[in-house]
Design a protein around this ligand. Structure first.
Ligand SMILES: Nc1nc2c(c(=O)[nH]1)N(C=O)[C@@H](CNc1ccc(C(=O)N[C@@H](CCC(=O)O)C(=O)O)cc1)CN2
Ligand SMILES: Nc1ncnc2c1ncn2[C@@H]1O[C@H](COP(=O)(O)OP(=O)(O)OP(=O)(O)O)[C@@H](O)[C@H]1O
Length: 186
């Protein structure tokens, strides 16, 4: 078994090397699987990130949701590795964080109980729902107070075997890892 840190590095390198055609095809197929989920089309409020370059591109997903009239909330990081979710509107202003992602500067904050579905980012996932994130612990902290459905989306290159990295007690498993290798699991 490798450390989380070693695995994170390896999977980020794989993501950065993925060729654009494969990536675009897989991203489109994953998005349409997401839209088929009852938890997705039943959700009034969806929590999702503004992706950075090597993550699954969330822009089309956000546009799709907003087009359907769903409310989209995106994270803003806070001190002590906490975060809150802010409603995205046409007038949302953004600033770039040290991590390299855009965050809303201000806006309406919704609490965890107001969010109907969380689409959780990550570097690698097992089909059983284990997740390796970027190492900030932001999502593990936030999701410990969130009771709704938690979905991740995994490109083929992001799918890991069980036991590639150690699981910590604070790791929060995903309810579904949307992927292109098997039918929707769990
Ligand atoms: N697009 C996107 N937005 C997201 C996340 C994500 O995974 N993807 N996050 C998911 O959690 C949160 C931000 N996650 C972060 C994870 C790690 C560090 C971090 O380790 N920062 C280092 C400095 C940067 C570095 O070492 O490269 C630090 O604070 O010391 C910062 C933010 C919220 N927004
Ligand atoms: N619920 C929690 N309460 C307190 N500390 C936590 C909690 N969850 C995670 N942490 C801390 O966060 C650090 C990073 O955890 P880990 O490496 O699992 O992050 P990650 O899941 O990859 O990141 P992220 O959730 O931001 O995507 C750990 O060292 C741990 O101490």
């Amino acid at each position: 078994m490798y450390s989380k840190k070693e695995m994170r590095k390896a999977y980020i390198a794989r993501l950065q090397q993925l060729d654009l055609n494969t990536r675009l095809k897989e991203e489109q197929a994953l998005a349409s699987r997401l839209y088929d989920q009852p938890e997705w089309f039943g959700a009034k409020v969806i929590g999702i990130t503004l992706s950075q370059s090597f993550e699954i591109n969330t822009a089309p997903i956000i546009l799709h949701a907003r087009h359907k009239g769903q409310t989209v909330v995106v994270p803003r990081t806070l001190p002590e590795r906490k975060m809150e979710f802010v409603v995205l509107t046409e007038s949302t202003e953004f600033s770039e964080t040290q991590f390299g992602v855009l965050e809303p500067v201000k806006g309406e904050v919704l609490g965890p109980d107001d969010i109907d579905l969380m689409v959780v980012p990550g570097v690698a996932f097992t089909l059983s729902g284990n997740r390796l994130g970027f190492g900030g612990g932001y999502y593990d902290r936030y999701l410990s107070n969130y009771d709704g459905p938690k979905f991740a989306m995994a490109l083929n290159t992001q799918i890991a075997e069980e036991n590639e990295w150690p699981t910590d007690t604070f790791d929060i498993p995903m309810d579904k890892v949307i992927n292109l290798q098997d039918a929707i699991n769990k």
